[in-house]
Ligand binder design. Sequence first.
Ligand code: HXC
Length: 302
Amino acid sequence: MSTLPPPPAARWLPPGTFSGQVALVTGGGTGMGLEISRGLAALGARVIVASRSAEHHAPLLAEAAERGWLVEPRTLYVRLAGDVEKLALELDEHGGSDILVNNAAGNFVCPAERLSARAWRSVLGSVLDGTFYCTRYFGRGMIARGRGQVLNVVATYAWTGMAGVVHSASAKAGVLAMTRTLAVEWARHGLRVNAIAPGPFQSEGAANNLWPEEGRKRRIEERRERAPAEQSSAPSTSSSGSCRLRTRHCICDASQQRSRRGAHLAESRNRGSPRHSRRLVARVTPWRRDESSHATGEKEET
Ligand code: HXC
């Protein structure tokens, strides 16, 4: 077993939190997706890393070999419904996936009046269509098995909007609506659907497309160094047994909430969990209702 320190996303939960579970992470080989994959793998999940480009898998596969993690690569372009369905059917033949993280996205800054129809479709296709296709096809197996969870990566501008990214803000707002809708619609099948809205996360793709200026890049990098665990651990924390009754929630990046007091601050409180949704979940998941261990990272029996 590796003696290397665990990655940031795995520091707040007990080892083995996801043992025996299969997690599929779209865009899971680079940027924040890579940190999510590392966190889940370090906590015992078998991670299917699904990126559009096979070369994106290489760093995670190399680390997995060194640390003894279970990671399998699959090339997947989430915009292609047929490819998503094919992979879902393939996985279903071998027990399917327990956790789906819809992380794959594309984004760039472009004034709306200059955004071409192709550019709009490109971002909507990856973010909104891709999230739906994955949720629909991987979710079908989860429904059949009566368990599973979907975690969607959105952004705080899904609530507030943001100048220069009308395509991404519109797509992320759609994904947020999808999260809320399916959390209720699929609660009766025992599925949970949540979202996270992390703040800016320094990665090559994001830096090139979103904050090419050196000053901004440095500020984001510094910010990430201050709080890497908070930012990248939200997916694993939200997917863990300690939050197993949580559905229709969105965990927002705290600094973004402070800097933009408004709609999403209110949203991140309890409104994301309406009583009827909770009731549905409670009916189909007869576990002890106790989310207090979320803060301490204790593992509950399942
Ligand atoms: C203007 C652009 C552009 C840019 C592409 N286009 N990049 N327009 N500014 N920077 C236009 C092209 O000109 C073209 O339109 C259309 O978009 C499609 O371009 P393609 O390159 O063919 O598209 P595609 O291969 O689908 O590429 C998608 C992509 C790419 C989004 C453009 O960069 C990508 O996949 N990036 C993934 C990495 C990434 O973006 N990560 C950041 C995600 S962060 P025309 O009409 O000219 O043919 C994130 C959350 C941020 O999403 C949260 C912050 C708080």
